[in-house]
Design a binder for this molecule. Structure first.
Ligand code: UT7
Length: 353
């Protein structure tokens, strides 16, 4: 195939899409769902050697939500959040052409949660894609949706982050540094093509460093170390998530700062022009560190980790949905969302609402 032919075919195949470089994607609605069960630090004190004082001082968390067995699953919570986002956006659910579902705690090892949501929402046979980027999963998913909308392939995309993490932490002294942090919940957004200039997703910035993969990871069920789960693996804790908390913390503060700065510089904005920062809710100390580093007034940074803990891929869409409901996200708000986590992966998105 010569280059002229290839170029010609490419042009023709794109004709069926509305390829228009002025396409923008906008976030037109957000919703969230958290399970009813509230678990306080005092509740955890009864299960392991920890204290409310330690948890609040080291993480800022006072309580988190845990899924209700027989009622909530990662897919079902994502579906509920999606319904609320669709209602908020004021669209018909049948307008959705692509589901992007971010989670590290899927209902099944396979298939992913995207198809389960497609079924539960009773959507037609549209595309469903799962994203496995842990704490950065939502922004990675948003970026994927943005690209599909900008090329013209899809007009309306649903992006979901949902996690059921209380199911795989161990309530024991050996796992207490992880058990106290994580919570369950789901958030979702609807993104749609718009031709309004300088509005919508201005840019997204995605990064990874796989040399740090084993600093925050869950080795099993996996194929790298051993192929079969054994009783010894249950006993020695190797089925649990592992986290080098200090190292993760140090990398997080640096990477958050870098990717937020990049997002602003890329769009010729200064930090003072930013209206709202929604950082992934990893640890309140990390968010406070960034707030001080950028000399941001506290009201320009949205935090809700105090009541939900770290909900990984769900944390940013839950926060966005709450911030919107509280009137802190409005038309024209310049919003930056940034995340860092397992992989390591980190990401940011700058949005003019
Ligand atoms: O969202 C994904 C990305 N994840 C993160 O961003 C998490 C980043 N890391 C962190 O948030 C923090 O490292 C943690 C909250 C996980 C831990 O806080 P830390 O200040 O780094 O504590 P540490 O691991 O250095 O442990 C300090 C002490 C240790 O005791 P010794 O060795 O000093 O006697 C731990 O055993 O605190 C102990 N400890 C606890 N004590 C009471 C660890 N967990 C607990 C606990 N309750 N739950």
């Amino acid at each position: 195939m010569n280059r002229t032919t290839a170029g010609g075919e490419l042009t023709n195949s794109f004709k069926k899409y509305k390829l228009n470089m002025s396409n923008q994607s906008r976030i037109i609605g957000a919703g969230h769902y958290v399970p009813e069960k509230v678990v306080t630090n005092q509740d955890l004190e009864k299960l392991m050697n920890t204290t409310d004082e330690w948890i609040v001082e080291r993480t800022g968390i006072h309580q988190r939500r845990y899924f209700e067995e027989g009622k909530d699953t990662t897919a079902s919570m994502g579906t509920e959040a999606a319904k609320r986002a669709i209602q908020h956006a004021g669209i018909d659910k049948n307008e959705i052409e692509l589901i992007v579902f971010a989670t590290l705690s899927p209902d099944y090892y396979f298939p992913g949660c995207g198809v389960l949501l497609q079924k539960e929402l009773e959507l037609p046979h549209i595309a469903a894609l799962d994203v496995r980027n842990q704490c950065s999963g939502f922004i990675y998913g948003l970026s994927v949706a943005d690209q599909f909308i900008k090329t013209g392939m899809y007009k309306t995309v649903l992006v979901v982050g949902s996690e059921t993490q209380s199911n795989f932490v161990e309530y024991s002294d050996r796992h207490r540094h992880i058990a106290v942090i994580f919570g369950d919940g789901a958030g979702a957004i609807v993104m749609q093509r718009s031709e309004e200039k300088n509005k919508g997703i201005l840019s997204t910035h995605l990064y990874s460093d796989g040399s740090m993969a084993e600093e925050l990871f869950c080795p099993h069920p996996g194929t790298r170390l051993k192929t079969r789960i054994t009783h010894e693996m249950i006993d020695d804790g190797s089925l649990l998530a592992h986290m080098n908390g200090n190292l993760v913390f140090k990398h997080a503060v640096t990477r958050f700062e870098e990717c937020i700065t990049t997002a602003l510089e890329k769009n010729n904005y200064t930090i003072n022009e930013l209206d709202l920062l929604i950082p992934h809710q990893a640890n309140l100390r990390i968010a406070d560190f960034i707030t001080r580093k950028f000399k941001l007034p506290v009201e320009k940074v949205f935090n809700n980790i105090q009541k939900y803990g770290n909900t990984t891929a769900a944390s940013i869409p839950i926060a966005l949905s709450e911030a919107w409901a509280e009137g802190r996200v409005k038309e024209n708000t310049l919003l930056c969302m940034a995340a860092f986590g397992s992989g390591f992966t980190w990401a940011s998105a700058l949005v003019r609402m």
